[in-house]
Design a binder for this molecule. Sequence first.
Ligand SMILES: Nc1ncnc2c1ncn2[C@@H]1O[C@H](COP(=O)(O)OP(=O)(O)OP(=O)(O)O)[C@@H](O)[C@H]1O
Ligand SMILES: [Mg+2]
Length: 465
Amino acid sequence: MKASRSILIIDDEPEHCLVVSQALQSGGYLAEVANDGPRAIALCQQKRYDLYLLDIRMLPLDGIQVLQEIRSLHPEAQIIMLSALADVDVAVKCMKLGAYDFLSKPINFDELRITVANAMKSMQLQQEVKSLRSQINIQRSTDQLLGESAKMQELFHTVEQVARHDITVMIRGESGTGKELTARALHANSGRAHKPFMSVDCATLPEALVESELFGYERGAFTGAHSRKTGRFEQAGEGTLFLDEIGNLATAVQVKLLRVLQERRFTRLGGKEELPFKATVVTATNLNLERAIHEGRFREDLYYRLNEFVIHLPPLRERREDIPLLAKNFLDGFNRKFEKNVGDISPEVISLFMAYHWPGNVREIKNVIKRAVLLADDVIETTHLPDQHFSGHMSGLGAKDTVPATTPCAAGALKEIVRQEVSSLESRVIRQTLEACRWNRSLAAKQLEIDYKTLYNKMKEYHIG
Ligand SMILES: Nc1ncnc2c1ncn2[C@@H]1O[C@H](COP(=O)(O)OP(=O)(O)OP(=O)(O)O)[C@@H](O)[C@H]1O
Ligand SMILES: [Mg+2]
């Protein structure tokens, strides 16, 4: 038992308290004493004890009243009642009110030690269950594909439709758009949901290991193959085999994969026995496969075999309506994970988010919120955002020379940079004008020389007000 577990003994007989506290201290607990109910409640208001030993007959407050008070202050603490023989029915009533157990006076010290140890153990188990439950909740909330934009609604519909069939799906989209999450959603919505979901990252697996990872091997197939090992084809069973970053698969392995998909059979490396391949294949890539084919890095026949059905995931900048929902959801998730209570995201931050181009897509916003939750106390403000992301957007009006925090890597990046800067500036000007007009929209529209409806639409677009 941890020496740091603390116990408060509440009893109006000082000698009794002394012997009980000595017995508990010798058992490694920290024991303190309160000689009446009001003193005990005052102590509870300042400090959290793990366990309370509570006498029933006391003045001016009896054990039941003190029990109720402690329960409301520390619902998770354990309470053991101490009762004279005549008060056993009261002790039972106390258990109905949430006490863990009761001990009859005079106290048997062996019984005391065992009951206290059991109560501590039960509390620890309850805490573990609570923490596991919250982890499951986080898992659930982070594993769910979220989005209220028309594009995401369409995606959900497609996933539902396609998942019903054993069809080879290729998921395409920029990094962080949710390709893996979509692959898992396809599996979860399919008739194979209770079968395995096996994932292979073709980008990080060393070329020399890809084949043994996919096909498995027999004992003695190569130096170091001391025993038979099953590969992902086999492990996937009748479930889903997810080949992530398929564009990075070595060309030598591409041929072999194609053969497995066509013949629906394979053999372990070094083996003779042909095994059936029954899994449904889902692949994902953020590469331009067409260019890879053109440059001879990806087999055209495999490409056509894999893209029976293609799902394109839109980048976050093309579905900005989802930003507030995602941000709020990640805020809730990280609050639970880090046991924080950050209540909200400031409107200014939401405006910045709406104007930013999110090259890392959903993963990026998730990371930005994670960092902000760790830094913030009540509300996520612009000061909790990473400078390198938003510095260009946070500069004041008139800072015309600010270099935008954009990585101009993709074709068309200039257009995107300009668009973002304009959006960012526009949202700032609108917000400041509205503030100056005390949120009188007609007045603000007049000052901005735009009509009321345009102002209304822009406020909606930038989540102002
Ligand atoms: N629509 C969404 N709703 C909620 N969370 C999402 C959504 N899309 C992505 N995420 C989260 O963003 C992160 C990145 O998603 P995922 O790994 O599926 O992206 P990816 O497209 O496979 O990225 P990469 O190409 O870099 O491998 C994950 O933590 C995932 O949970
Ligand atoms: Mg991925």
